[in-house]
Structure formats: C-alpha cells, structure tokens
Design a protein around this ligand. Structure first.
Ligand SMILES: [Zn+2]
Ligand SMILES: [Zn+2]
Length: 134
C-alpha cells in the first residue's frame, strides 16, 4: 500500500510502499518509552520502497533485544518518530511508524508483539468512557 509520511512540523516527509499485511503493534518497553505512550504501531517497507522526499531524520541508536544496534529515525525539530532500521550493515527494511502516515486510519495491525509487557488497561479499552474532544 502506498503511503505518505510527514512529521508534525513538516521538515521530514517521505513516500513508501508498505507491507500492510505485516502491520503490527509493539508493546515492548522500548516502544513505550521511545513513543512516550502505551504502544507503537509499525509497518515495514523495504529500503527500495522507502523514499525520503524532504529533510533528513536524526537517528538515535539503541541496542535491540537481539543485541543488534537499531537506528531510530526522528525529526530533530518536532520529535516525531519516523522509522527504525538496522544501524549496521545493509539497511534493507525500514519499520515505519504508522502514526506519522497520512493513511494511518487504513493501516490495521495484524498482530501484537511483546504481549507480556502490554499495559493491562489496553485489554479493556472499550470500557473506558469516551468524549469527542480533549
Ligand atoms: Zn518535524
Ligand atoms: Zn517495540
């Protein structure tokens, strides 16, 4: 699926072809901390299908569960997270952050990973009262 991504301030923009069947929720504690929220939603694109059209993301490198360094790309101006990719060797896959895609409402996650660290209230989201505006 073709998507258009942009950070909040517009300094970083990209076009990509994502594998919508591999869209996923990640409940790992790194995703909770790095996103400053309850979980992160990702969808992968191969490097040839990910094209930055404006700006250059800043990268923060973390060591993943696998022990391998992962580069976390984000806008250095507004902080919006854009992707994660390998920080060593070939950058063959970019895990794109779905919240920064204009088409985010169309990207339905197919699986939830790191279930053991999911925040417990996530399982009862429908029971929390709603309102139309904040
Ligand atoms: Zn920005
Ligand atoms: Zn994660």
């Amino acid at each position: 699926m073709r998507v258009n991504g942009s950070c909040h301030c517009g300094a970083i923009q990209y076009e990509a072809e994502i594998d919508i069947h591999a869209a996923m929720i990640c409940h790992c504690t790194d995703c909770q901390t790095l996103s400053s929220t309850a979980f992160r939603v990702n969808a992968p694109a191969s490097a040839e299908n990910f094209k930055l059209t404006k700006g250059t993301p800043k990268e923060y490198v973390k060591i993943g569960e696998s022990g391998r360094p992962r580069a976390q790309g984000f806008c250095s101006n507004c902080g919006t997270q854009i992707y994660a990719t390998s920080a060593e060797g070939d950058r063959s896959i970019f895990m794109l952050r779905v919240g920064a895609m204009k088409e985010r409402s169309l990207v339905i996650p197919k699986i939830q990973s790191w279930n053991q660290s999911a925040l417990k209230w996530i399982r009862n989201l429908q029971t929390i009262p709603t309102q139309e505006k904040g």
